[in-house]
Design a protein around this ligand. Sequence first.
Ligand code: NAD
Ligand code: DAU
Length: 353
Amino acid sequence: MRNNYQKILITGGAGFIGSHVVRLFVNKYPDGMIYNLDLLTYAGNLENLRDLENKPNYRFIKGDITDQAFIHDLFTTEKFDAVVHLAAESHVDRSIKDPLAFINTNVLGTVNLLNAAKDLWQHNIGDHLFYHISTDEVYGSLDEGGFFLETTAYDPQSPYSASKASSDHFVRAYRNTYGLPVIVSNCSNNYGPNQFPEKLIPLFINNIKNNQPLPVYGKGENVRDWLYVIDHARAIDLIFNEGRIGETYNIGGFNEWKNLDLVKLLCRVMDEKLGRDPGSSEQLITYVTDRAGHDLRYAIDATKMMKELNWKPSLQFEEGLSKTVDWYLANTEWLEHVTSGSYQKYYQEQYGN
Ligand code: NAD
Ligand code: DAU
């Protein structure tokens, strides 16, 4: 591991991507101590990490990255060597309803962590690493052609992406101003096990399973670039170890799908797995009012990752989607737990039936 770090703080480790990163690090680095700091919001779920509970090199800490005094004390006590920062509010639709929650967690929370790291590491700052996980949405929206490069100018269009862009700027400003060793990576849409069913793929898997309408925004013409979550976790591990300080890495699978094509593929996969008549799930497709300010297209150019760090996605999309559907069909208890309670209220407010 980079610099033979002993104590690594991962924030947001009970969430979707964070849980896969925590698992990879705990299993791969038995000699290092992996701390998972998570507030356990609606999106954080310790059921994602049951298999790690008794590992001697894993510790869960429940806490809020926006709590300045708590974060300062935690860094002072635990003396982390490096930080991998994933904790965030992550759903665009929620950011449209409540932008301040996104500014609070994504901007203030990130700056709290940066301050705590800067203060703790002041005497040997160069020996450490603050690795910030971000999104391709900071680059804005593409038309039919072109890709997001690491050099593409930021042009965030939603409250979520504006908050992530702001946090990215703060991370880079801390390198420039205080010499904090930072790396930023910007990834495209992830899918896979443990994703909260407010996001397109798990929401639609759950609705198909329950014969509920599939609410496609607008005409379903928006394009997203999909990457299996474990390939993102592998990329994060590579960057953590071999990424160059001060650099930005774009992560994506060169795997663009128009929403409607993706939904139709998912319907076919589900019909087959559930033993339903071909074409039956497609009848659930319902066109609903478009997302406000809906970005048309995201597409990442991941050439730098591939050339510099020799990374490439391990799965084709059809295979990844099939594995994902299998996971949701096998983990009905997980799905039932996360779709009870406050999820019902969110669903009513968002989709209104
Ligand atoms: P998620 O919503 O599934 O998980 C976020 C986690 O952060 C949850 O466990 C939650 O409890 C925790 N959290 C939220 N507020 C907190 C706070 N104040 N203090 C401590 N913990 C808090 O998100 P995700 O989809 O796993 O995304 C993780 C990171 O990756 C985010 O920074 C997101 O912007 C970024 N990202 C996500 C995607 C994607 O497709 N999901 C793609 C690129 C980048
Ligand atoms: O690009 C990376 C980003 O991908 C991450 O930074 C975000 O955290 C993550 O949520 C995701 O953002 P999107 O907005 O692209 O993902 P979502 O799953 O919400 O939507 C994917 C597409 O599907 C988008 O064009 C909107 C559409 N959609 C979504 C939902 C929830 C629908 O048509 N109907 C829906 O009900």
